[in-house]
Write a protein of this length. Structure first.
Length: 329
């Protein structure tokens, strides 16, 4: 480790990206402190060389103890779902403000925030570091609001604030691959819109490198080959032939998901198939190549879908032993 971010706290350590960040930090010898909100998920991290602590972004009093002796925060502890603002605000915006307030009081030096490509609206040209945000969904708006507020708070307190706006991050534990494993994807639109992607291993590497560099600012990163969703699923089906992709006309997808949204208002669950999800899926959101190298000085482990999808599917393989004489071929 040529650059040392000191003692690191990871919030949201049991989440999709958080687990990968925690694993990589542990492997690199950092022994991070991992904040857990739901103890039932803590076994996911028990094998790591790390310090597990319980806390809640919605309860500021629980954060003081967690931030003692911490130099760097990698903040992944917020809802990452395409939900309405009423469901997102308490964790994405208010919880993040609570954490930054406590981090300032604790004397934290660096605060790394995972932004999202969904802060951008429909783009006909590849997104670059100068592209202006214009979110189309409540999730994109909430993430941008939190990012802006946190940057202002950090500047006032002389904390290094870095936001890495991640492209669609995929891997074996992502919601998308959960559907892929089940063998069926209901996909809105024609699938010919360009989108940018990033394997979760590279996303975690990016956040850790940002913590090590300690350079303030906001950056967008992606792999080196934006592709259409048709290409994404074509590659996936090549390696996972049992996958079926059913395309649903956009107007129909919006009507059905709008009705589901109305129903979910009366439940405590969230609507995975929301109008915001449809708007996100059908948007053009390509990113110019080489952002990983230009922003972070790193080489991608998975520079394109042809590299990343097979790696993700490797982890989907389940083995069931049976005698070789039972095989038909």
């Amino acid at each position: 480790m040529s650059d040392s971010p000191g003692k690191i706290l990871v919030t949201g350590a049991t989440g999709f990206i958080g687990c990968e960040v925690a694993k990589q930090l542990s492997q690199e010898g950092y022994k991070p402190r991992l904040m857990i909100r739901r103890p039932v998920r803590a076994p996911l991290l028990k094998s790591l060389d790390a310090e597990l602590v319980q806390g809640d972004l919605g309860r500021p009093a629980s954060l003081k103890r967690i931030l003692e002796s911490i130099d760097t925060v990698i903040h992944l502890g917020a809802r990452a779902a395409l939900e309405p603002d009423r469901s997102l605000r308490s964790s994405v915006v208010e919880g993040s403000i609570n954490l930054m307030t406590a981090a300032i009081d604790a004397g934290v030096k660096t605060f790394v925030y995972p932004g999202t490509i969904l802060v951008y609206g429909e783009q006909q040209k590849p997104i670059n570091q100068q592209t202006k945000p214009a979110p189309l969904t409540d999730y994109g708006r909430a993430k941008l609001e939190a990012e802006t507020i946190l940057a202002g708070m950090a500047e006032q307190a002389n904390i290094c604030f870095t936001s890495i706006r991640l492209s669609h991050t995929y891997g074996v534990n992502s919601l998308l691959f959960d559907q892929i494993r089940k063998g069926l994807i209901m996909f809105p639109g024609k699938g010919d819109n360009l989108f940018s992607h990033l394997h979760v291993v590279d996303a975690a590497r990016a956040l850790i490198k940002a913590a090590e560099i300690g350079k303030p600012g906001v950056s967008i990163i992606a792999d080196n080959q934006s592709c259409t969703w048709n290409d994404f699923f074509s590659i996936t089906k090549h390696y996972y032939p049992r996958l079926r992709v059913i395309r649903v006309p956009t107007w129909s997808a919006l009507a059905v998901t709008g009705a589901l949204d109305a129903l979910y208002r009366f439940t405590s669950s969230w609507n995975r198939f929301s109008p915001s999800a449809v708007k996100s899926w059908i948007s053009n959101l390509p990113v110019e190549p080489n952002t990983f190298q230009n922003v972070l000085g790193l080489e991608l482990m998975y520079p394109a879908m042809e590299d990343g999808i097979p790696a993700a599917l490797d982890d989907c393989i389940s083995f069931h032993w049976r005698h070789s004489l039972m095989d038909k071929h």
